[in-house]
Structure formats: C-alpha cells, structure tokens
Design a protein around this ligand. Sequence first.
Ligand code: COA
Length: 320
Amino acid sequence: MGRGMLQFKPYQESVDVSIHVELRNRLYPDMIQTEDEILRERASVPKERIFIETWLATDGEEPVAVLDVMDNYWAAEKGRMLVDVLTPSQDPEIWSEVYRFGEDCAIRKGATEIICWNRSDCTGQVEAMIAAGFTEIQRVPITRLKVDTFPLEDWEKALKRVADQGIGLTTWADLDHEAKDWVAELYQATWEMVQDMPSPTTPTAPKYSEYVKMLEDKKRYIHDLMFVALDGDKIVGYSRLTPTDADPTLLYTGLSGMRRNYRRKGIVTALKVAGIKAANARGATQIQTDNDETNPMYKLNTDLGFKNSASWIQFRKALA
Ligand SMILES: CC(C)(COP(=O)(O)OP(=O)(O)OC[C@H]1O[C@@H](n2cnc3c(N)ncnc32)[C@H](O)[C@@H]1OP(=O)(O)O)[C@@H](O)C(=O)NCCC(=O)NCCS
C-alpha cells in the first residue's frame, strides 16, 4: 500500500472501543484484553494535565489502527511525546503511514523527540520503525512462569529466611483493617523503588491524588494480590499481581521492589513466592512479568523459573 491510502477520524471511545479491542487482540493474541480493561486503562490517564489525542485509521470501511499521540507523562521532558500505533498488520507501509500522521500531530504540539514502543516479534513494524529513523533505547524481556508446575517445596525456605530476619509478609487486604494511612507510606516506598529501576528516561513522580485514584481501581489493585513486607509498622517491600478479565488463567506482575536499606535480604524473592502460592490458590496457571534486561529483577525472575518469549522495545527518534 502506498502513502496516503488511509483515512483518519477522531476516536470516539464509546463507539470505537469494540474495534479497538478487536485490533489489539489480533495483535497480541497471547495477552488479550476486554473492552472494559481498555476503557479503564484509558480512564487512568490524567487528562486534565496531559495532552492526548486519539485517532482511528481506516482503509475504506476496514479499521486498521488506533493511534495515540500523547505527552510521555510518566517520564516527562519538554518536547518529548509518545506516538503509539496499534495495528495487527505487519505490513511496514501500514505502520509507516499511521506513524507519519501521528508524527505530524506531535510536531504540531511542539514535539522535538518521539518515544514509541513495540514488541520484538512484530517484525514488519520494527522494520518500519528503523526505516523511520527510530533507535532502540531499552529492551524489556517478557517472561512467563508456569505456576502449576512451580516447585513450591524448594522455595518455602525463601519465606522462612525472611521470617527469621523479623520481616513480616502480609497482604494489602490485611492492612485494610488497620487505622493507619498505609497508602501514603506505599506511595513513598514505591516512588523510591521506581527511581531505582534501570531506565533510559528519568521517571516523573505521579501526583499523590493520582496514585490514590489508581489504587481505587479494585479490578487492577486486588487487595489479596498486593504483597507487602513490613519491618515493624514500616512498609519496606512490595509486589503486586493483577488479573485480567479476558484470561482468568493469566496474572500480570505490577511493581515489585524494596526500600533501599532492605535490599539483598531475599525479601522480594519471598514476596514473589507468596504471589506464586496465591496464584496457584486462585487457579491461575501462568504469571507474566516484564523487566529491563539489565534489572536484577530479570535474573531474580529467571532464577524462579520464568522463561523469556518476546521483548518490549522502547524506541526514540529526535525530530530536531
Ligand atoms: C530488584 C529488587 C526488586 C531486588 O529486591 P531484593 O529484595 O533486594 O532481591 P532479593 O534479595 O530477593 O534478591 C534475590 C537474588 O536476586 C539477585 N539480585 C538482587 N539484587 C541484585 C543486585 N542489585 N545486583 C545483582 N543481583 C541482584 C541476586 O541473585 C539475589 O540473590 P543474592 O543476594 O543471594 O545474591 C530491588 O533491588 C529493587 O527494589 N530495585 C528497584 C525497583 C526495581 O527495579 N524493581 C523491579 C522492577 S518492577
């Protein structure tokens, strides 16, 4: 397909989400989502302070892509914008045409640098990105663990090691019953963790009100699947699993981390073992993670038995 064959119209969330989910699930059949999940994900973007514009690309009557152009607000910098082309097509011409439309939108909003993510097995799209002038800046392997065959008996000692150090392991569900404002403490602890994650871009702290709102999404933040390590009444470690309505056999891993002074004591390993036990108890068969290839967390996961398939790749293009 040559340049200029597609039509672009503003995305109307309530109408176009059914097309959106269909395109997304054709692109990633191993990581399917529901319409509701897409809507909740979009609702979590703080639109009152960040720019986002979404387009639906069609080829005649046929929908081919959803395009987001937005501020890269979790690692913000003046002139840095994210262009996200979601299309199941591996025809480099399709990706390129949608991207060019997105790049023009971003330039009109003052972009001098574009961030774009893709998956390593989307070979036609990755080829188009390189041709468009993108350079890889980060590789984030996706790994999966088969929960039902995990040798739990070999890892029980990880839980004992932590208990022997006087560190308590619990869940957010248990902390819910207490009067203390644990959310403020988790916010502080997780921000310390996020700043130490290897990344080519410097993270931007979420506003506290946004963090509180995020935790209120009870479908993503399942209190029984939020594992916490406590030293007395201080949160020192955290690991979260999150289910997907679209596939009850699969759990995704959210942030895992430790406060700086508590690292290399086996605590995140223990939190992950607690998570694997809980996953088994609720009948999930797989847990998925994604970590920067240089993050010690990647090795920690592969030591637990997680196996790598494809990788997320972060690309950057300077426009100036
Ligand atoms: C990565 C991180 C979560 C590890 O937590 P932890 O509780 O210190 O990990 P553990 O003590 O359970 O480590 C288990 C093993 O992982 C490996 N490992 C952990 N941290 C490591 C490091 N900094 N360098 C090299 N290997 C490391 C080691 O093999 C370690 O075993 P050992 O200490 O007996 O050698 C912690 O460093 C952290 O919070 N980092 C910042 C946040 C982050 O990057 N989170 C992961 C992305 S979500």
